[in-house]
Design a protein around this ligand. Sequence first.
Ligand SMILES: [Zn+2]
Length: 180
Amino acid sequence: MSTRTRSRRTYGRAPLKLSSLNPANINLAQASIVCPECDTWRRIVGTTDLKLVGHERGKSDRCPGGNRQFEVDLTPDRWLARLRRQQLDALSPETRRAATQHYKPVPAQPGPVHLMAASRPEVEYTAGQRIEQARKRMEQWKKLQDEVKDANGRRAEPLVGAVGPIRGIEVPKKTLHPAA
Ligand SMILES: [Zn+2]
């Protein structure tokens, strides 16, 4: 590990957690996310010591999102589930019902590794454990690359029979209660 990488400025901020991002702004098939600072797709670099690649914002400013450390605390399954949830939430209730059958059911969560993904803020991990965790998580993402690519591709296609987002968005304004 080069000392040059280590000494780079990280702006003294806590690592960015994948789980804190909009699922539509994550593409780990290509190891990139939308930088929360400049709203532009940027690559994640590093193998165990993950960072968002250093980049500029606008013409010459260094973006404070660059070199930010990174926590891969989201499994591919969870990301996919969040993305689907978000897509369904953007549809009208009728379209949502119709659209649900176009989705494959979210696969069952894997065992022990997934349990590590559950956020347990009271647990303090050592640096070594964190690196090991990040490595395992990236392995998971790599294994599911085809599925992730497929999901990324599908979000660009309109759902069959779906109403466009402008006409379709209709959020219930009062609490819904199931019929007795
Ligand atoms: Zn940025």
